[in-house]
Design a protein. Structure first.
Length: 696
């Protein structure tokens, strides 16, 4: 139940605010670390455990049952007079949209690596996503309690695989049985030892054990030299005195982390309550406040807006959820200005005014009402008119349009139908609710098969949504087998003409276009180039022509799949001073493209997944044999401790049911992570089979 007590926004100066995300490969310990953070900051009074299904942040029934994070959850905690707004993101590739939208609005991040598995494929994917948004990061090497873990190897692998400068701040100390006894702070030359009886809440500083004194000096020197490379004052201080004052070191590393992409690294074992407090200290020391990140810009005018409560209001909606108490709840990041509950805002994306009826501070699925929100805040709002993911909210007198969030296209689809025709409306309404929340979930009606088709990022993604449809929305439907979202493309350039010349409603309609269609490199999507003369086609019709091309290319000639990697160039045409219209030019474009469909050469493209399969060595032969049967390509094989890691590429169509098959081959001991990375031409034999299955 939500709190009934309305509180004002905690009056924390903006330089004491940190908006961070916690991200990692699945099963690296992300949610466990978040639970420890909430406990030590006093946000919760009991540690939730993933294996016991009682975590705060994984609050959905499915998350607790599966032991994975499905939806990103927001919370707020306080540490050393700073406010930390945290978003715990999923690690599974099917829920990559949750990571994408969190990264779009965050200022910094903690990336958690397992000291056993080290840098895994999804760790790399998340890292590249954060690179795209220029987000400063801290790394935390988890699971150092495990005998087979290696902190130093993980450091080397982060540098090698991710191409970054790492600055290790700690070194683990193990006893002769390789049990983790504490983490040595390299700067202070002190070992931190956590008290088991207080669940790690209390800890003490001890001298560095003689057994690792040499290693500590080696890594301490390396740490200071790396920071000195980024800061001349630290370099001068180090060369002059042979050491660096802590204040100088922290200031220099903060600058290097925020402006130069250096990565401070800490370690520990979240499950055994070791290492979390220094991680929180590092968040405050090295990650940016809202004042340290560049000002937001209007995508149309380029005008910038500073992160200040005194600037005009601007915010970006990054997530929509259906709340059983508040209805439609919208998560927003406020970049500038302030607004009160009950105050007015302008939705620049829709051009409509609105009232912010309620504002909440969120803790997973729990809500605390706020009287206002301001620059630097992440909050949830209820609006008087609908707000969608990616919408910009602002002051009507000072409008600004912020960059939208880009989401990957769905790659798997299934047909869905109600139990009876009478329930079709209820099903449509429920699917619409799910689509509003999840931008990678699409719903459309396929006219060729007369079916409602839903699309998502993978089998698990759609399975989770169908269960939500049943359990949360009370709608039971029949679903088909998963299908691949193929694309079609042109294999060689072609120039076509289209003319539309008819009487509609007593008035003539005339348009004539000449369009060249040409193939683009894989992954380039669609491009439109305008080379027509103003005398041939007036400029006022160009946008209608472009949208006409886009609409027609959604249904390809081979099997009705959308076209991709195709460029359209408007070369010329003609118009009539009275009879030409936007409608006529759209129709002429459709005529031209359908001509291309009948005479051009087209290919079918299939999504290819890349990633890794991790298996105990004794099952490697069976695993590789099975992958070969699935048209899989083995890119690389690596040995690590007792396991073999196969880096593979395999068509998405061949991965349905793979989780079950891999479990049976390896007695449940293998795991895999695969993600769609590109599209490739389907082999000829497969192509005919796919086209026939579509009824073409």
């Amino acid at each position: 139940m939500p709190s009934d007590v309305s509180v004002d926004n905690e009056s924390v100066a903006m330089e004491r605010v940190r908006n961070i995300g916690i991200m990692a490969h699945i099963d690296a310990g992300k949610t466990t670390t978040t639970e420890r953070i909430l406990y030590y900051t006093g946000r919760t009074h009991k540690m939730g455990e993933v294996h016991e299904g009682d975590t705060e942040m994984d609050w959905m029934a499915q998350e607790r049952e599966r032991g994975i994070t499905i939806t990103s959850a927001a919370t707020t905690c306080f540490w050393r007079e700073h406010r930390i707004d945290i978003i715990d993101t999923p690690g599974h590739v099917d829920f990559t949209a949750e990571v994408e939208r969190a990264l779009r609005i965050l200022d910094g991040g903690i990336v958690i690596f397992s000291g056993v598995e080290m840098v895994e494929s999804q760790s790399e994917t998340v890292w590249r996503q954060a690179d795209h948004y220029h987000i400063p990061r801290i790394a935390f090497v988890n699971k150092l309690d495990r005998v087979e873990s290696s902190y130093v190897e993980t450091l080397d692998m982060i540098e090698e695989r991710l191409g970054v400068v790492v600055v290790p701040l700690q070194l683990p100390y193990r006893d002769e049985d390789r049990r983790l006894r504490g983490m040595v702070d390299l700067l202070s030359r002190r070992m931190i030892v956590w008290d088991e009886d207080s669940k790690g809440e209390h800890y003490e500083l001890r001298p560095v054990p003689g057994a690792i004194a040499g290693d500590v000096e080696h890594y301490r020197e390396r740490m200071i030299e790396r920071v000195a490379d980024a800061d001349d004052r630290v370099m001068e201080e180090y060369l002059t005195s042979g050491d660096v004052a802590p204040a100088s070191f922290h200031a220099a590393l903060r600058h290097a982390c925020i402006d130069r992409g250096y990565v401070p690294v800490l370690g520990g074992s979240a499950f055994h309550n070791q290492g979390v407090q220094p991680l929180l200290d590092a968040v405050l020391r090295y990650l940016p406040s809202p004042l340290d990140v560049p000002p937001v810009r209007d995508v149309e005018s380029g005008e910038s807006r500073e992160a200040s409560p005194d600037e005009p209001f601007s915010a970006l909606a990054f997530k929509v959820v259906t709340d059983q108490y508040a209805g439609r709840l919208v998560f927003v990041r406020v970049y500038s200005g302030r607004v009160k509950a009950g105050g007015h805002a302008f939705n620049r994306s829709t051009g409509k005014g609105m009232r912010i009826t309620k504002i909440f501070r969120m803790h997973a699925n729990q809500r605390t009402p706020l009287t206002r929100m301001q620059a630097g805040d992440i909050a949830a709002v209820v609006g008087s008119t609908p707000i969608s993911t990616g919408d910009t909210l602002c002051d009507k007198e000072h409008p600004i349009l912020l960059e939208k969030i880009e989401f990957p296209e769905p790659v798997v689809f299934i047909a869905i139908e109600p139990r009876t025709e009478a329930e079709q409306g209820i099903l449509n309404e429920a699917l619409e609710k799910l689509a509003l929340e999840d931008p990678t979930f699409r719903v459309r009606f396929d006219e060729t098969t007369n079916q409602t088709v839903i699309a998502g990022m993978g089998e698990l993604h759609l399975e989770v949504l169908m269960r939500r449809l049943r359990e949360e929305l009370g709608v039971i439907a029949h679903v088909g087998e998963p299908q691949v979202a193929y694309h079609e493309t042109l294999s060689e350039s072609i120039t076509v003409e289209g003319t539309f010349d008819q009487q509609i409603g007593g008035r003539g309609q005339y348009a004539h276009v000449i369009v060249e269609l040409s193939p683009l490199a894989r992954g380039n999507g669609f491009s439109f180039t305008d080379k027509a003369q103003e005398t041939d086609i007036p400029r006022k019709y160009r946008s209608a022509i472009e949208s006409g091309v886009r609409e027609t290319l959604t249904n390809g000639p081979l099997a009705g799949y959308p076209l991709a990697d195709i460029g359209a160039t408007l070369i010329g045409g003609s118009n009539h001073p009275v009879d030409s219209s936007e409608v006529a030019f759209r129709a002429a474009v459709a005529v031209a493209i359908h001509k291309a469909y009948s005479v051009g050469n087209f290919d079918l493209l299939e999504p290819i997944m890349e990633g890794e399969v991790v298996t105990p060595g004794e099952y490697l032969g069976e695993v590789l044999e099975d992958l070969a049967r699935r048209r899989g390509e083995i890119r690389e094989l690596r040995s690590r401790e007792t396991v073999q890691i196969a880096y593979v590429a395999v068509p998405l169509a061949e991965t349905f049911g793979y989780a079950t098959r891999l479990r049976s081959l390896t007695q449940g001991r293998a795991m895999y992570t695969l993600r769609v990375t590109r599209y490739e031409v389907v082999p000829v034999g497969m192509r005919e089979k796919i086209i026939k299955s579509r009824g073409y």
